[in-house]
Design a protein around this ligand. Structure first.
Ligand SMILES: Nc1ncnc2c1ncn2[C@@H]1O[C@H](COP(=O)(O)OP(=O)(O)O)[C@@H](O)[C@H]1O
Ligand SMILES: [Mg+2]
Length: 211
């Protein structure tokens, strides 16, 4: 049985996921005890090795379905070695990207059959689902402009065509609409402190923490 909590951040490139994951983890710590900060693809030694296959190199280096399998290979390691043990000991996990990113990028973005992704998800995660997911939403052009200011080496997804980034933005919004109890869509165009306040309010309300 899970006694911890899994909170995930989703959205396109440069939406502010890493920034907001850090701010939320900082804010949770005084209220919740152990907070585990992690990310996907990656989060464990073996999963980070798979990450490099996904975020580095030519945009066309994988068949889209191979990319789904690689993301779930990394996720399988991450869930087995880090997420399930942390949930079992009651930790609060803040994860920068999770399974919704695979459906958005490889499903909505690259055209892999959504049902196939759902079946792989069932096989690997066996029902594991975040308790709360923030979908950081902003126009693809704005996110990409933010993202290209970052230090490099992991630009494979950023280098994909604008149309893909527009499709996956729409994908994230459809995923959020399909799971209204789990997902909260946040306008990510505001300044980081305002975005954080909105995220904290939603988190506090969801879990009964002080606002
Ligand atoms: N709300 C914001 N407004 C303006 N710039 C932001 C905001 N949030 C993050 N940034 C900046 O945009 C860039 C991408 O943010 P980051 O958190 O790395 O996004 P992501 O993890 O979603 O790709 C960073 O340089 C970050 O400092
Ligand atoms: Mg990031």
């Amino acid at each position: 049985m899970n006694i911890g909590r899994l909170i995930t951040f989703e959205g396109g490139e440069g939406a502010g996921k890493s920034t907001q994951a850090r701010l939320l983890a900082d804010a949770l710590e005084p209220h919740t005890g152990e907070v585990v900060r992690t990310r996907e693809p990656g989060g464990t030694h073996s999963a980070e090795a798979v990450r490099r296959l996904l975020v580095e190199g030519d945009t066309g280096r994988w068949q889209p379905v191979t990319e789904v399998l690689l993301h779930y290979a990394a996720r399988s390691e991450h869930v087995h070695d880090l997420i399930r043990p942390a949930l079992s000991r009651g930790a609060w996990i803040v994860c920068d990207r999770f399974a919704d990113s695979t459906l958005a990028y490889q499903g909505y973005g690259l055209g892999v059959d959504h049902q196939l992704i759902a079946e792989i998800d069932r096989l690997v995660l066996q029902g594991l689902c975040p308790d709360l997911t923030f979908v950081l939403d902003l126009p693809a052009e704005l996110g990409l402009a933010r993202a290209t200011r970052r230090a490099g080496g992991e630009e494979r997804y950023e280098s994909m065509p604008l149309g893909l980034h527009q499709r996956l933005r729409n994908g994230f919004l459809e995923i959020a609409a399909a799971h209204p109890d789990r997902c909260v869509v946040i306008d990510a165009t505001a300044d980081p402190e305002s975005v954080h306040r909105e995220i904290w309010d939603a988190t506090a309300k969801r879990f009964g923490l002080p606002v």
